[in-house]
Design a protein around this ligand. Structure first.
Ligand SMILES: Nc1ncnc2c1ncn2[C@@H]1O[C@H](COP(=O)(O)OP(=O)(O)OP(=O)(O)O)[C@@H](O)[C@H]1O
Length: 185
């Protein structure tokens, strides 16, 4: 059972993978990175004979399949909102800190709260649109205007908001604010 679970959310190309990878390097053996999208991508890779590592990476490959994966996973969530959260946690190893790098829905937060209560900390990564575009964002209808991208836009109860726009915070500063959420550990 982890002592603290950091739930990261942010829009496409806001820097979720970037920051959680840096954090993982800093925390080393004390942490485990979980991705809610992992079981979705595993299923998709098996079903369609695709390269799972490419699907999990931050390259262009996954973008070709994003829409289909969103639609399939939404159908699964309708039947059971915790379905993918549960699998991601089942597959995780015993570490004091879990980093969940891709929270996308209020129901994801709800599931973690119901299961782990006070152990969770929520972090929203934001970046302005120009920055996101420079980092590869291109608006896509059916992807950027649906729940998987927008459901947490009006959520305000974050423990920490990090501005990852170009020219704002240095990564060291961002990481130290995240470490502040781990005090008492
Ligand atoms: N602070 C930063 N400085 C420099 N490059 C950054 C920074 N943040 C993110 N990037 C780069 O921007 C790109 C997009 O970031 P990243 O893949 O982390 O976004 P994401 O939120 O995980 O996106 P997606 O939702 O598409 O998976 C990556 O190439 C990443 O290396």
């Amino acid at each position: 059972m982890p002592q603290i679970i950091l739930l990261f959310s942010g829009k496409r190309k806001s820097g979720k993978d970037f920051l959680t990878t840096h954090l993982q390097k800093l925390l080393g053996d004390k942490c485990e990175v979980l991705k809610i999208s992992q079981p979705i991508k595993s299923h998709w890779a098996k079903e369609k004979n695709l390269n799972l590592n490419e699907l999990l990476g931050d390259g262009e490959y996954k973008e070709q399949y994003r829409l289909d994966m969103i639609n399939w996973s939404d159908e699964m969530r309708l039947q059971d909102y915790g379905y993918f959260c549960r699998i991601a946690c089942q597959d995780a190893t015993e570490k004091p800190i879990w980093i969940v790098s891709d929270i996308r829905r209020k129901t994801d937060i709800r599931w973690f709260k119901e299961k782990y209560g006070d152990q969770i900390r929520t972090i929203r990564i934001v970046a302005d649109e120009d920055t996101r575009k420079k980092r590869g964002f291109q608006f896509k209808s059916g992807v950027d205007d649906v729940a998987s991208e927008c459901n947490l836009d009006d959520y305000t109860d974050w423990d920490l908001v990090i501005d990852n726009s170009e020219g704002k915070q240095e990564v060291e500063e961002q990481l130290s604010s995240i470490l502040g959420l781990l005090s008492g550990l």
